[in-house]
Design a protein around this ligand. Sequence first.
Ligand code: HEC
Ligand code: HEC
Length: 253
Amino acid sequence: MKAFWKNLTMAFGLVLVLTSIVGASEVTEHDIQQGKSIYERSCLICHGESGKGDGPAAFYNAAFSAPRARDFTVGNFKFRSTVSGSLPLDEDIFRTITNGIPGTMPSFSGLSSEQRWQVVAYIKTFYGGFQEEIPEVIKLAGLPILSAAESVRRGKILFQDMDCHSCHGRQGRGDGKVALAGELHDSRDLPISPNDLTNPTGWKNGATASDVVRTLFTGLDGTPMPSYESQLIGHEDDAWHLANYLLSLSGQN
Ligand code: HEC
Ligand code: HEC
């Protein structure tokens, strides 16, 4: 029996060692150095030398001052597939760099995918939590519901019942009473407006129905846009109805 436990512990130890070797071999010091030089060339102007979002563009160009470029030293990210308060997955950061952020950050799809992974590795060095925390991915159960008149109708009711309108406005134009009162600020105390939901080209976290469902589950951390995970778990259909309704506002479905 003793031998059994000993073997089991050794086998387990071996798996751990192997996983850490595989994990470590994914990102090399060379990658981080390459990522640093890409960062200095393409990102520093907005995100700043020390990653605090205080690059020269934030101060000399009003268009880049709100929202301020992300401060990578605090581990607060908007566009994730992880629960509110969790760090993003590497894939989430990669997606943001590839797509850019409408109205605020250009797309870097012109960099090779290797270069984009290298800059992901580099920006993770600004926040120690990436070494310790394991991001918790949102659990999406159920299947997507395709848009249909009935789904859009139910989404419209949910939009009013769940109080989305207080920020986004009854018609989704971003003119709800809380927004008009000028009460909305981000985590750096800069003013922030709820999106005009009739214009998906400005949506930062993507504008397909599954992007909207992700936004509703994760929330946009650091902004007043909350996570609705606790209300939507077990009611995933409602998330799809809301997404279908929002996309119907611009005549997309
Ligand atoms: C023109 C200015 C500008 C440049 C250049 C720029 N960014 Fe950004 N970036 C921003 C702004 C502004 C935000 C915040 C947008 C928001 O909160 O809506 C941001 C946010 C981010 C985020 C956070 C996404 C999240 O989930 O919160 C990441 C990651 C990021 N940038 C990476 C990069 C990388 C990597 C580069 C260089 C390859 C880069 N950025 C270049 C302006 C810029
Ligand atoms: C307390 C105010 C508030 C409430 C309530 C709220 N939102 Fe938002 N929402 C925001 C703000 C602010 C943003 C913009 C965040 C940004 O630009 O970073 C936003 C952004 C969004 C976006 C766009 C995300 C993107 O990709 O840019 C969608 C979609 C959205 N909200 C849907 C909803 C729905 C549906 C509800 C109700 C279930 C809701 N919101 C409730 C404040 C709110």
